[in-house]
Design a protein around this ligand. Structure first.
Ligand code: ZN
Length: 465
């Protein structure tokens, strides 16, 4: 979708090619795109000369002779094509074709047909409801207190507010993600959590981001032909948008994608924390290190417990997962309409590739469920999440702090001897758990080789009041 920088670029290109041209003929191939009586639109435009072009927000304004004005919005896929030769014209998505007296052409082209053209006058156009209700452009905010008072009344996500053209005009999905990334604001932060200073920073960064994009000719220039001779290269400079799963350019954590008010949103969960989210402690450690005991302790101390194993257990009960599991293993993976966990354990002990594939399948679903729980949890609550593969699954990025429970082989062997799998198999299952890497990443390391009482004394020190 063309955003402010793209529309600015189109305006500049069109200015260089159609200024002072006089309209000799108007063909409309799709009537709904014209928001006037069709014959009025066609007849009035005859013999009018294009005097100037203006951009307001994402609207393109054509100033014509005799005080007439065309207001145009490209919406999703609108484009302008300029042709010097009739042979090139009439693309099947061309909706309106202007023929100039010098036998050059301007075509409004729109595969999605959501765009619009409205003929009006110099005195009237700024009063059109679509233009009248536009908020200031970031580069033109004169009254921050007024803008802040609007923000304070809204509890919807800040990203939705930035996309609302009555608040600020000209910010679309791409640049909203960029601005929030650069200001380290979580896209779902309720708007009324943003301070006046943060708002000022957001607007300042918005100006920088949009100016840089304009300078580079608009980032989507390659996907549409805005006329001639423009080579946009802003794509390479995007920090957030379109970079899902790629490392954050600040902290190297993989960027995540979610939907905010229905719009795809890329952000860094580590750099962009939501101040409205609860405190989250991630608990991990090798097999038999006492993760469940620790989780219990935190539960008894007021934390909301989340168990990774329990999430997986619930996932396994969802029939939707049975098909992909059968594809990965075979029919035996389902026993009496539920997943045979012992069968899975048995197979993946001997098959590292299958284990990897299983994790690829399960981890995103666990993440989804985990985020759903966080969303339902209030700011003043605390969450403790116990996850054997917390770091491997990349869920640590959502945690405020992480706890690594350390255990020696002797204790591990003792504890495992009481479980249903053989000690050897249990330890094998734990292969691939990267002790050194995980210890490096953890906020706290607590060794748990003795009694439960001793563990609790150590855990008490990291309880958050
Ligand atoms: Zn980051």
């Amino acid at each position: 979708m063309p955003e402010l920088p793209e529309v600015e670029t189109i305006k500049n290109i069109l200015k260089s090619v159609i200024l002072h041209k006089t309209i000799a003929k108007v063909d409309v191939f799709y009537e709904k795109v014209v928001k006037n009586d069709l014959s009025f639109f066609k007849n009035t435009l005859l013999n009018k000369t294009i005097l100037d072009l203006e951009r307001i927000g994402k609207y393109l304004i054509f100033h014509l002779s005799e005080g007439f004005v065309i207001v145009s919005h490209l919406r999703m896929e609108g484009k302008y094509f300029y042709y010097q030769n009739q042979k090139e014209t009439i693309n099947k998505h061309g909706l309106v074709l202007f023929t100039f007296t010098d036998q050059t052409y301007l075509e409004y082209n729109d595969t999605r047909r959501f765009g619009m053209l409205k003929l009006t006058t110099k005195d009237e156009y700024k009063n059109l409801p679509c233009l009248k209700k536009l908020g200031p452009e970031p580069s033109n905010v004169l009254d921050f207190n007024k803008l802040f008072s609007i923000l304070k009344r809204k509890s919807i996500p800040i990203k939705a507010v930035l996309l609302d053209q009555t608040f600020l005009s000209g910010i679309g999905n791409i640049y909203a993600d960029e601005i929030l990334f650069k200001t380290k604001v979580h896209p779902e932060t309720p708007a009324n959590f943003i301070s006046l200073n943060k708002l000022k920073e957001i607007v300042k960064v918005a100006v920088e981001v949009l100016d840089e994009a304009i300078l580079n000719g608009g980032s989507t220039i390659r996907s549409y032909k805005a006329g001639i001779g423009i080579d946009g290269n802003f794509q390479t400079k995007l920090y957030a948008y379109g970079r899902e799963n790629q490392p954050c350019l600040n902290c190297s954590s993989p960027l995540k994608k979610m939907f905010v008010s229905g719009r795809g949103t890329t952000y860094c969960p580590k750099c962009q924390k939501n101040p409205n989210s609860p405190y989250i402690l991630g608990i991990t450690g090798p097999i038999a290190s006492g993760k469940s005991s620790a989780l219990n302790y935190f539960k008894e101390n007021g934390y909301i417990p989340i168990s990774g194993d329990e999430i997986v257990h619930k996932l396994y009960q969802d029939p939707k997962l049975h098909k992909p599991l059968i594809r990965l293993f075979n029919e035996s993976v389902i026993k009496e309409n539920s997943v045979d966990k012992a069968f899975i354990a048995h197979v993946i002990i001997g098959d590292g590739h299958k284990k990897y594939k299983l994790e690829q399948l399960i981890h995103p679903l666990v993440e989804k469920r985990f985020l759903e729980i966080i969303k339902k949890t209030k700011k003043d609550e605390k969450i403790a999440v116990e996850m054997p593969l917390l770091f491997e699954a990349g869920l640590d990025v959502f945690c405020d702090e992480t706890l690594y429970l350390d255990v020696n082989l002797k204790t591990q062997t003792e504890r495992l001897s009481k479980r249903f799998l053989s000690v050897k198999d249990s330890l094998k299952l734990n292969q691939g758990f990267n002790v050194q890497e995980n210890k490096k990443k953890a906020t706290y390391i607590i060794s748990n080789n003795n009694s439960l009482e001793e563990l609790y004394i150590k855990l008490a020190k990291i309880i958050r009041k």
